[in-house]
Design a protein around this ligand. Structure first.
Ligand SMILES: Cc1ncc(COP(=O)(O)O)c(C=O)c1O
Length: 393
């Protein structure tokens, strides 16, 4: 006991010198007399506290990462407040979250692997499949986890040729599956294009292609489409097709910073993917609490989607009014054809207006991606647009 007391004092003293100032904060429920010395909890304020920033700075319209600033939902916020008090313990509620996801999708908890964002299990999957073959994808798709997962493999990503309309050519994809294909990856709707595939065509592709290789359908933006139930490929998994579907709490749920996402697949496949990552152990108390609290919060989900659709309509109109051509989108971002303008130069000019957007993807030099955000941030983009175009012309 004595040793503990000493080491705690030493620790606090050390903190005094290393972390900045120590403030005596009153202990709730104790009298101010006892608070003064013994009955107080030293609150350590880091010396750089004024520089800590958990979101975009005031006046910055952050429209570059497909986040949804309408989350976290009020229920998620309340749940997180409770959960962080138990931050000293490892997370124990992952089975509950799996059960909820399983019930909604008519699968079992064994069909589900949850990780730190869908990025984590997507990367585990990419590591697994690139032990045996390439990942086949369209020319343009959200390839971050496949790049990372195949980093130490002799196999990598094989891309199909561009299409004129930037859509994913499923027939060409099917025809390019070979003996060295370890997986095909379809992002639906796609990122950065925002384009959805016809559910009928995708379903038929999945059925055919999954007889030859693993089919991954990344449905990060599914809930933002016009008909999420028709667009999801999850039912194929129960029907026995070799399909893996990725979903995330980062988009419609507005929990990108809380890092929760998951894959649904056949239990045998889930077990194989599990051996390439930390699984439940990669999760944190607050993220899991937020996911559980908001998963079935229909009021919030409706509100979230309405705001995103409102912002996306505003962006579409404004871009057209300024003579640019946007692709139609089923997501919380939009891909815009800038004509003769360079998308990286456009990004830099927008940054001068305190608007953050994406620059060039691969060799799509005249295409610019802008995310929806708070309506005020979207208005900032819209106000800046004619000024930037004027400067660049
Ligand atoms: C298509 C797609 N999949 C997955 C992700 C990763 O999201 P997260 O790791 O936050 O679940 C993103 C991120 O933008 C994405 O666009």
């Amino acid at each position: 006991m004595k040793n503990n007391a000493i080491s705690r004092r030493t620790l606090l003293k050390g903190a005094l010198f290393t972390a900045g100032s120590v403030i005596a904060a009153p202990v709730i429920g104790q009298s101010s007399k006892t608070n003064s010395v013994i009955g107080s909890i030293p609150r350590i304020v880091p010396s750089n506290a004024q520089n800590i920033s958990y979101g975009p700075a005031f006046g910055i319209a952050k429209l570059n990462a497909n986040e949804n600033p309408y989350g976290p939902s009020p229920l998620a916020l309340r749940a997180m407040e409770e959960a962080i008090k138990m931050g000293s313990y490892y997370v124990q509620e992952v089975p509950r979250l799996k059960q909820m996801i399983a019930e909604r999708n008519n699968v079992t908890p064994e069909h589900i692997i949850i990780g730190s964002g869908s990025s984590a299990p997507l990367q585990w999957l990419a590591t697994k499949v690139t032990q045996e073959g390439h990942i086949l994808g369209p020319d343009l798709f959200w390839d971050t986890t496949s790049k990372m997962g195949s980093m130490n493999s002799e196999y990598g990503i094989e891309r199909l040729d561009k299409t004129a309309d930037l859509a994913i050519d499923l027939d060409n994809m099917y025809n390019n599956i070979t003996s060295t294909t370890g997986m095909v990856q379809v992002t639906n709707p796609n990122n950065p294009t925002g384009l959805p595939l016809s559910p009928k065509a995708l379903k038929s592709f999945c059925k055919k292609a999954s007889k030859k290789t693993i089919v991954l359908v990344d449905e990060a933006y599914n809930e933002l489409t016009d008909d999420p139930d028709a667009n999801t490929m999850i039912p194929l998994i129960k029907e026995g097709y070799n399909v893996v579907v990725a979903r995330t709490f980062s988009k419609i749920y507005g929990l990108a910073g809380m890092r929760v996402g998951y894959l649904i697949a056949d239990p045998e496949m889930i077990e194989k993917i599990s051996s390439f990552g930390l699984g439940d152990y990669s999760l944190n108390q607050a993220g899991v609490a937020a996911a559980i609290a908001s998963y079935n919060d229909e009021t919030f989900l409706k509100y979230s989607k309405e705001k995103i659709v409102e912002a996306r309509d505003m962006l579409q109109d404004a871009v057209r009014e300024n003579g640019l051509k946007p692709l139609s989108t089923s997501t919380n971002f939009m891909y815009v054809d800038l004509g003769s303008l360079n998308a990286e130069e456009f990004r830099k000019e927008m940054e001068k207006e305190r608007v953050l957007i994406r620059g060039i993807y691969q060799d799509y030099v005249n295409w610019s991606r802008v995310s929806t955000g708070k309506i005020a941030d979207v208005k900032q983009y819209i106000r800046a647009l004619p000024r930037v175009l004027d400067r660049m012309s």
